[in-house]
Design a protein around this ligand. Sequence first.
Ligand code: UDX
Length: 446
Amino acid sequence: MALKITVIGTGYLGATHAAAMAELGFEVLGLDIVPEKIAMLSAGKAPMYEPGLEELLRRHVPGFEGSTGRLRFTTSYEEVGEFGDIHFVCVTTPQKHGEYACDMSYVDAAIDSLAPHLRRPALVVGKSTVPVGSAARLAARLTELAPAGADAELAWNPEFLREGFAVQDTLHPDRIVVGVTSDRAEKLLREVYETPLAEGSPFVVTDYPTAELVKTAANSFLATKISFINAMAEVCEASDGDVVKLAEAIGHDERIGKKFLRAGIGFGGGCLPKDIRAFMARAGELGADQALTFLREVDSINMRRRGHMVELAREAVGGSFLGKRVAVLGATFKPDSDDVRDSPALNVAGQIHLQGAQVTVFDPKGMDNARALFPTLAYAPSALEAAQGAHAVLHLTEWAEFRELDPAALDGAVAERRILDGRNALDPERWREAGWTYRALGRPTV
Ligand code: UDX
């Protein structure tokens, strides 16, 4: 009989995973403790903006034309426990308030709520990003609380999806990593991922700690790569070099590679910043803190970029923001997402506002989330309207529509034709030829 799958937690990870599992042919039941989210998902609406997700939901949630009806949602752990053979835990693990460590309360609560309903053999699969050592602890807890006892088994299967590409990354993962303690668990996970495995996705089988570490190691590497190129940008600024050319040139070396070498205002979002901090905290607990002290530097290079962007803008408008209007293009932490968690763009906008400028923000998808987080900033319904009367236009999230902006279209709106590119994604020639002053981080003035 086909496996029945449940997905606990329906955020970016869980909502996408649930829809993808239905797409792979399984009967799926998604759970969230927030009834509003369940109502939205049951109506075929994604609780966040993620390209292709809503279409995928509507192909499988009952009630839509041609839908398979394989994907349903609930708030009941009892229903989930009865329904599933495999339970994916996809709840959030945010940074603890005032600490570097990760807050495990949602994962712990999910296991504690699910376990008492596991009356027959079941595999619980953790996907959340957790500190190394968590899986072993949770496996023991599961066996202790589940009526099925040792037949309620745990596996760890980290998720590497990128926001903006979540659907594609989930359906066609570049690798599948499973931390297991039995052949049965491995076999079940091979069955779940049969389709991507047949397409050639590599399958890496490990123990629990390695599976947990793969995720934090991957994110630390990516964060380090971005901070490396941003450190080079600082040196370029001091020496009148061009970090974009430098990245292009070193990227030709296959050992280095071209990706994740875009200098700018740095990384943000719900993953990289909190994951590297939680990793440092955990290493400290394990007595291995020295191994990760470099991540402190990675973090501070990254945070410095935001302040640097503010300075560049202040200098560009004549040394003070008082009485100046600043247009900010982009509020989300990256394009093709509505996520503003730890967004470098909003951080820069907020700092400039606090220094006395009138800041007007436009973002294609992140306006509601941005307004909720920074209600004191002004918001405009388009790039053109945000640019009205601006003494400087700041490009802070590299949405495609900003790259395609015609400088001539903004000419009549702005007070001064001055564009600052915080993402090194615009074409300097195009803006300069149109009579604008173009400045970017890590690039020569002219
Ligand atoms: C990341 C990991 O890529 C993913 O594998 C993991 O599962 C979750 O965390 P995500 O948070 O969606 O995914 O964003 P990512 O595409 O990695 O970008 C992170 C940040 O780095 C963004 O703010 C982005 O603008 C920035 N970035 C990325 C750069 O500043 N320069 C680059 O060259 C690349």
